[in-house]
Write a protein that binds this ligand. Structure first.
Ligand code: PGA
Length: 251
Protein backbone atom coordinates (compact mmCIF):
# COMPACT_ATOMS: atom_id res chain seq x y z
CA UNK A 1 0.00 0.00 0.00
CA UNK A 2 1.32 3.43 -0.92
CA UNK A 3 0.94 6.07 1.77
CA UNK A 4 -0.53 9.29 0.36
CA UNK A 5 1.60 12.40 0.59
CA UNK A 6 0.20 15.93 0.56
CA UNK A 7 2.73 18.74 0.21
CA UNK A 8 2.15 22.48 0.36
CA UNK A 9 4.27 24.37 -2.17
CA UNK A 10 4.19 27.91 -0.86
CA UNK A 11 6.21 29.22 -3.81
CA UNK A 12 7.45 32.81 -3.31
CA UNK A 13 4.94 33.59 -0.59
CA UNK A 14 5.11 34.20 3.18
CA UNK A 15 7.59 36.18 5.22
CA UNK A 16 8.88 34.35 8.30
CA UNK A 17 6.17 36.01 10.42
CA UNK A 18 3.41 35.01 8.00
CA UNK A 19 4.84 31.50 7.66
CA UNK A 20 4.72 31.00 11.42
CA UNK A 21 1.09 32.10 11.57
CA UNK A 22 0.19 29.61 8.86
CA UNK A 23 2.08 26.77 10.56
CA UNK A 24 0.34 27.57 13.81
CA UNK A 25 -3.05 27.25 12.16
CA UNK A 26 -2.08 23.97 10.52
CA UNK A 27 -0.67 22.52 13.76
CA UNK A 28 -3.81 23.38 15.70
CA UNK A 29 -6.00 21.41 13.35
CA UNK A 30 -3.80 18.53 12.28
CA UNK A 31 -4.54 15.85 14.83
CA UNK A 32 -3.91 12.23 14.01
CA UNK A 33 -3.64 12.29 10.26
CA UNK A 34 -0.99 9.59 10.46
CA UNK A 35 -2.35 7.88 7.36
CA UNK A 36 -0.97 10.68 5.20
CA UNK A 37 2.49 12.24 5.01
CA UNK A 38 2.17 16.02 5.32
CA UNK A 39 4.99 18.20 4.00
CA UNK A 40 5.37 21.98 4.08
CA UNK A 41 7.63 23.64 1.51
CA UNK A 42 8.15 27.28 2.47
CA UNK A 43 10.62 29.59 0.71
CA UNK A 44 14.29 29.17 1.75
CA UNK A 45 14.08 32.17 4.08
CA UNK A 46 11.37 30.55 6.23
CA UNK A 47 12.78 27.00 6.32
CA UNK A 48 14.62 27.39 9.63
CA UNK A 49 11.67 28.96 11.45
CA UNK A 50 9.10 26.53 10.06
CA UNK A 51 11.48 23.63 10.83
CA UNK A 52 11.61 24.73 14.47
CA UNK A 53 7.85 25.26 14.64
CA UNK A 54 7.01 21.74 13.43
CA UNK A 55 9.47 19.93 15.70
CA UNK A 56 7.70 17.16 17.60
CA UNK A 57 4.82 17.01 15.10
CA UNK A 58 4.32 14.57 12.22
CA UNK A 59 4.69 17.37 9.70
CA UNK A 60 7.76 17.23 7.45
CA UNK A 61 9.78 20.02 5.89
CA UNK A 62 10.70 20.42 2.23
CA UNK A 63 12.52 22.97 0.09
CA UNK A 64 11.30 24.14 -3.30
CA UNK A 65 14.60 23.82 -5.12
CA UNK A 66 18.33 23.25 -4.68
CA UNK A 67 21.51 23.28 -6.76
CA UNK A 68 23.09 20.03 -7.93
CA UNK A 69 26.64 20.93 -6.80
CA UNK A 70 27.73 20.48 -3.21
CA UNK A 71 29.24 23.95 -2.84
CA UNK A 72 31.12 26.61 -4.76
CA UNK A 73 30.78 29.73 -6.87
CA UNK A 74 27.06 29.64 -7.66
CA UNK A 75 25.82 33.01 -6.44
CA UNK A 76 22.27 32.91 -5.15
CA UNK A 77 22.04 29.13 -5.05
CA UNK A 78 21.58 26.72 -2.14
CA UNK A 79 23.02 23.19 -1.79
CA UNK A 80 21.45 19.95 -0.53
CA UNK A 81 23.44 19.85 2.73
CA UNK A 82 22.32 23.39 3.54
CA UNK A 83 18.65 22.54 3.38
CA UNK A 84 19.24 19.21 5.16
CA UNK A 85 20.82 21.14 8.01
CA UNK A 86 17.62 23.13 8.41
CA UNK A 87 15.58 19.97 8.82
CA UNK A 88 14.39 19.34 5.26
CA UNK A 89 13.58 15.76 4.36
CA UNK A 90 12.12 16.61 0.97
CA UNK A 91 12.96 18.88 -1.95
CA UNK A 92 10.73 19.77 -4.90
CA UNK A 93 12.69 19.48 -8.15
CA UNK A 94 11.87 20.50 -11.70
CA UNK A 95 8.66 22.33 -10.90
CA UNK A 96 7.17 23.66 -14.14
CA UNK A 97 7.91 27.22 -13.00
CA UNK A 98 11.59 26.27 -12.66
CA UNK A 99 11.49 24.58 -16.04
CA UNK A 100 9.74 27.56 -17.67
CA UNK A 101 11.31 30.63 -16.03
CA UNK A 102 14.71 29.25 -15.04
CA UNK A 103 15.21 27.00 -18.04
CA UNK A 104 15.69 23.80 -16.06
CA UNK A 105 16.03 20.86 -18.42
CA UNK A 106 15.46 17.19 -17.66
CA UNK A 107 19.24 16.86 -17.51
CA UNK A 108 19.51 19.52 -14.78
CA UNK A 109 16.60 18.00 -12.86
CA UNK A 110 18.29 14.61 -13.14
CA UNK A 111 21.55 15.96 -11.67
CA UNK A 112 19.64 17.60 -8.85
CA UNK A 113 17.68 14.41 -8.11
CA UNK A 114 20.91 12.41 -7.83
CA UNK A 115 22.49 15.07 -5.59
CA UNK A 116 19.39 15.19 -3.39
CA UNK A 117 19.33 11.41 -2.94
CA UNK A 118 23.07 11.35 -2.21
CA UNK A 119 22.46 13.90 0.54
CA UNK A 120 19.64 11.85 2.05
CA UNK A 121 16.80 14.01 0.74
CA UNK A 122 13.61 12.72 -0.88
CA UNK A 123 13.15 14.42 -4.24
CA UNK A 124 9.65 15.34 -5.39
CA UNK A 125 10.25 15.35 -9.14
CA UNK A 126 7.66 17.33 -11.10
CA UNK A 127 6.53 16.57 -14.63
CA UNK A 128 3.63 17.81 -16.72
CA UNK A 129 2.56 18.86 -20.20
CA UNK A 130 1.65 22.29 -21.57
CA UNK A 131 -1.84 23.00 -22.88
CA UNK A 132 -0.50 22.93 -26.46
CA UNK A 133 1.00 19.48 -25.82
CA UNK A 134 -2.32 18.16 -24.57
CA UNK A 135 -4.28 19.69 -27.41
CA UNK A 136 -1.74 18.31 -29.87
CA UNK A 137 -2.13 14.80 -28.47
CA UNK A 138 1.42 14.86 -27.12
CA UNK A 139 0.79 14.44 -23.39
CA UNK A 140 2.27 10.96 -23.14
CA UNK A 141 5.25 11.81 -25.34
CA UNK A 142 6.09 14.90 -23.27
CA UNK A 143 5.50 13.37 -19.84
CA UNK A 144 7.29 10.16 -20.86
CA UNK A 145 10.36 12.13 -21.97
CA UNK A 146 10.38 14.13 -18.73
CA UNK A 147 10.08 11.01 -16.56
CA UNK A 148 12.82 9.17 -18.48
CA UNK A 149 15.14 12.17 -18.55
CA UNK A 150 14.64 13.39 -15.00
CA UNK A 151 15.01 9.94 -13.45
CA UNK A 152 17.69 8.50 -15.75
CA UNK A 153 20.36 6.43 -14.05
CA UNK A 154 18.70 6.25 -10.64
CA UNK A 155 18.95 2.87 -8.95
CA UNK A 156 15.71 1.02 -8.22
CA UNK A 157 16.46 1.58 -4.56
CA UNK A 158 16.75 5.36 -5.02
CA UNK A 159 13.61 5.35 -7.13
CA UNK A 160 11.66 3.68 -4.34
CA UNK A 161 12.43 6.73 -2.14
CA UNK A 162 11.59 9.26 -4.84
CA UNK A 163 8.20 10.94 -5.22
CA UNK A 164 6.82 12.08 -8.58
CA UNK A 165 4.36 14.95 -8.96
CA UNK A 166 2.27 15.02 -12.13
CA UNK A 167 1.26 18.63 -12.67
CA UNK A 168 -0.31 19.52 -16.01
CA UNK A 169 1.01 23.04 -16.60
CA UNK A 170 -2.36 24.25 -17.85
CA UNK A 171 -3.88 23.37 -14.47
CA UNK A 172 -1.34 25.18 -12.27
CA UNK A 173 -2.75 28.31 -10.68
CA UNK A 174 -5.43 28.54 -13.34
CA UNK A 175 -8.40 27.11 -11.47
CA UNK A 176 -8.63 24.49 -14.24
CA UNK A 177 -8.11 21.09 -12.64
CA UNK A 178 -7.52 17.97 -14.68
CA UNK A 179 -10.57 15.76 -14.30
CA UNK A 180 -9.95 12.75 -12.06
CA UNK A 181 -10.11 10.54 -15.16
CA UNK A 182 -7.60 12.70 -17.08
CA UNK A 183 -5.21 12.71 -14.13
CA UNK A 184 -5.60 8.97 -13.50
CA UNK A 185 -4.81 8.22 -17.14
CA UNK A 186 -1.46 10.04 -16.95
CA UNK A 187 -0.59 8.57 -13.53
CA UNK A 188 -1.17 5.07 -14.91
CA UNK A 189 0.97 5.97 -17.92
CA UNK A 190 3.80 7.16 -15.62
CA UNK A 191 3.71 3.77 -13.84
CA UNK A 192 4.00 2.10 -17.23
CA UNK A 193 7.13 4.15 -17.97
CA UNK A 194 8.55 3.31 -14.52
CA UNK A 195 7.99 -0.37 -15.23
CA UNK A 196 9.94 -0.06 -18.48
CA UNK A 197 12.75 1.90 -16.79
CA UNK A 198 12.90 -0.13 -13.57
CA UNK A 199 10.55 -2.97 -12.71
CA UNK A 200 7.01 -3.77 -11.62
CA UNK A 201 7.82 -3.32 -7.91
CA UNK A 202 9.11 0.19 -8.52
CA UNK A 203 6.16 1.02 -10.79
CA UNK A 204 3.68 -0.06 -8.13
CA UNK A 205 5.54 1.39 -5.13
CA UNK A 206 6.48 4.92 -6.18
CA UNK A 207 4.14 7.60 -4.92
CA UNK A 208 2.78 9.89 -7.62
CA UNK A 209 1.11 13.10 -6.49
CA UNK A 210 -1.29 15.13 -8.59
CA UNK A 211 -0.89 18.91 -8.67
CA UNK A 212 -2.72 21.75 -10.39
CA UNK A 213 -5.57 23.70 -8.82
CA UNK A 214 -6.27 21.11 -6.15
CA UNK A 215 -8.87 22.47 -3.72
CA UNK A 216 -10.81 21.11 -0.78
CA UNK A 217 -13.76 20.54 -3.11
CA UNK A 218 -11.95 18.35 -5.64
CA UNK A 219 -9.18 16.73 -3.53
CA UNK A 220 -11.10 13.67 -2.38
CA UNK A 221 -12.15 12.60 -5.85
CA UNK A 222 -8.67 13.16 -7.31
CA UNK A 223 -6.90 11.39 -4.46
CA UNK A 224 -9.41 8.54 -4.69
CA UNK A 225 -8.11 7.51 -8.11
CA UNK A 226 -6.19 4.23 -8.01
CA UNK A 227 -2.85 5.64 -9.17
CA UNK A 228 -2.97 9.04 -7.41
CA UNK A 229 -1.20 9.20 -4.04
CA UNK A 230 -2.01 12.65 -2.70
CA UNK A 231 -1.14 16.06 -4.08
CA UNK A 232 1.25 18.95 -4.48
CA UNK A 233 -0.74 22.02 -3.51
CA UNK A 234 0.04 25.63 -4.42
CA UNK A 235 -2.54 28.35 -3.86
CA UNK A 236 -4.79 26.33 -1.58
CA UNK A 237 -1.85 25.54 0.73
CA UNK A 238 -1.45 29.19 1.72
CA UNK A 239 -4.40 29.09 4.08
CA UNK A 240 -4.60 26.66 7.02
CA UNK A 241 -8.23 25.59 6.70
CA UNK A 242 -8.14 24.81 2.99
CA UNK A 243 -4.82 22.95 3.32
CA UNK A 244 -6.15 20.86 6.21
CA UNK A 245 -9.32 20.06 4.27
CA UNK A 246 -7.17 18.87 1.36
CA UNK A 247 -5.03 16.72 3.69
CA UNK A 248 -8.25 15.14 4.98
CA UNK A 249 -9.23 14.44 1.38
CA UNK A 250 -6.33 11.98 1.29
CA UNK A 251 -7.48 10.00 4.35
P1 PGA B 1 -1.73 25.36 -7.66
O1 PGA B 1 -0.16 25.04 -7.82
O2 PGA B 1 -2.28 24.41 -6.64
O3 PGA B 1 -1.79 26.81 -7.21
O4 PGA B 1 -2.35 25.17 -9.00
C1 PGA B 1 0.31 23.73 -7.76
C2 PGA B 1 1.80 23.73 -7.94
O5 PGA B 1 2.31 24.55 -8.72
O6 PGA B 1 2.54 22.93 -7.32
Amino acid sequence: MRKPIVAGNWKMNKTVADALKLVDGIKQQLKDESKVDVVLCPPFTALAAVGEAIKGTKIDLGAQNMHAEKSGAFTGEVAADMIRELGCHYVILGHSERRQYFKESDEIVNKKAKAALAAGLIPIVCVGELLADREGGKTEAVVGTQVRGSLAGLSANDMLKTVIAYEPVWAIGTGKTASPAQAQEVHAFIRKVLKEMFDETVAQSVRIQYGGSVKASNAKELFGQPDIDGGLIGGAALEAQSFIDIVRGAL
